[in-house]
Design a protein around this ligand. Structure first.
Ligand code: IMP
Length: 432
């Protein structure tokens, strides 16, 4: 049994991590976000009620669990406060000690969003970012210009840093992006001071807290955002997000050591989707792609954009298995595939007559890759009520077995519908 586990996305994000994390959270004491920001969107359906979280860990709906935003997350305090208020309004988070915010996390400011959106405008939406200011905020962290959560409680320090930043950003906004309006210090300073006051009760040394919890034997679940192929190093660069989404970053993004992690689970859809620009070898531009989008409800939780859809790509997931050290998979949305006569799975790529089985580093090389497909028999039955693998049609079982073989990774969990109980838990790493 594992005490500390990391759950990450094994494709291009939107794998259905929210639901899997929500399920596993029942068996954890502490749930931690370690990277990304409100570019993430986790949709959950609990008792028929739909929740979308962008910043707060999905575990917040479980009473008594401690939910943490770690130092590696870039935090938009306005969005965070709105999310907290929304959760409270629905009757959750009655005890404020349930939520903790790292004092070392970096803050997002309006100029980050204006820069993010302005650059997309200039580049004709090349990357297709969520426009939430995530990239520019991480840039400020790397260039040592960032303003952190801890600065919100030190008014003079905060004012000085904001003043320095505004001088730089206003210059960039007007001279590079051609923005007409300058951002003013005083209203922004006042606004962020108000956020600081409201957030103060949550701000703490979360690295210390998590370490103490681990020492006390508590179970910790690290919740990844986005997906492996969106990782700034291991993804389809430059069509990626600006943080490391891989499991290894659970350590740097929360302040614990790698020796403390026991198990890593990768979440992958039974097919593939992607939002935004960039190569996608198994993308379908036909009626099957359309069917997956409509039946699977494949529209972005953060931006509402239609997701690009395609067949399961074992090259992608094998890559994710390696760079994350995955010990098991959670397969989601298997039910969406019902009704298709034949299913295809990409086992390798063909480039200039040669077959390759590893994901290329260059996106131009990926764009030249033709998927090599294997065909499997589909199933017609509705599987959304299945509670065990044995209750699935034989063709669905064969499909899962093949995914295990191709990825050389055992399947721990299979999701067959949006509700919590529409899940087959074959192996729960936090229990056995
Ligand atoms: P950014 O993270 O907003 O900078 O966007 C960079 C790329 O990551 C774009 O292609 C986005 O569509 C993608 N992206 C960011 N967050 C998510 C997510 O949670 N799910 C899927 N794609 C995402």
């Amino acid at each position: 049994m594992a005490q500390v586990i990391v759950v990450i996305g094994a494709q291009w994000g939107d794998e259905g991590k929210g639901k899997i994390i929500d399920l596993l959270a029942e068996y954890a004491d502490v749930i931690v976000r370690f990277q990304g920001g409100s570019n993430a969107g986790h949709t959950l359906v609990v008792n028929g009620e739909k929740f979308v979280f962008h910043l707060i860990p999905s575990g917040i709906l479980h009473q008594g669990k401690r939910c943490i935003i770690g130092n590696g997350v870039v935090v938009d305090p306005k969005e965070l406060l709105e999310e907290l208020a929304g959760i409270k309004k629905k009757g959750y988070l009655k005890d404020d000690s349930q939520f903790l915010l790292s004092e070392e996390a970096h803050l997002i400011f309006p100029y980050h969003k204006i820069i993010d959106q302005g650059r997309e405008r200039i580049n004709s939406g090349k990357i297709g970012t969520t426009g939430k200011g995530i990239g520019p905020a991480y840039e400020d962290r790397a260039s040592r210009d960032g303003i952190r959560v801890i600065d919100l409680v030190e008014e003079e320090v905060f004012r000085r840093k904001l003043e320095e930043n505004l001088a730089q950003k206003n210059y960039y906004l007007s001279h590079v992006l051609g923005e007409k309006n300058e951002l003013e210090l005083e209203p922004l300073y006042q606004e962020y001071m108000r956020y600081g006051e409201k957030l103060r009760k949550y701000i703490t040394n979360t690295s210390l807290f998590i370490s103490q919890q681990i020492q006390e034997g508590k179970k910790v679940l690290f919740e990844g955002a986005q997906g492996t192929l969106l990782d700034v190093d291991h993804g389809t660069y430059p069509y990626v997000t600006s943080s490391n989404t891989v499991a290894g970053n659970a350590c740097a993004g929360s302040g614990i050591g790698p020796t403390q992690i026991d198990e890593v689970v990768g979440v992958t859809k039974a097919y593939t989707t992607r939002v935004g620009g960039g190569p996608f070898p198994t993308e379908l531009h036909d009626e099957i792609g359309e069917m997956l989008r409509e039946k699977g409800g494949e529209y972005g939780a953060t931006t509402g954009r239609p997701r690009r859809c395609g067949w399961f790509d074992a090259v992608v997931v094998r890559h994710a298995v390696r760079v994350n050290g995955l010990g098991g998979l959670a397969i989601t949305k298997l039910d969406t595939l019902a009704g298709l006569k034949t299913l295809k799975v990409c086992t390798a790529y063909e480039v200039q007559g040669q077959e390759i089985t590893e994901f290329p580093a260059s996106v131009d090389a990926v764009a030249r890759c033709q998927p090599v497909y294997e065909e499997l028999e589909g199933w017609q039955e509705d599987i959304s009520g299945a509670q065990e693998i044995a209750q699935l049609p034989a063709a669905a079982q064969r499909y899962l077995n093949r995914l295990e073989e191709l990825t050389q990774t055992p399947i721990h969990i299979v999701s067959v519908g949006a509700q919590r109980d529409q899940t087959i838990i074959h192996h729960n790493p936090l229990v056995n």
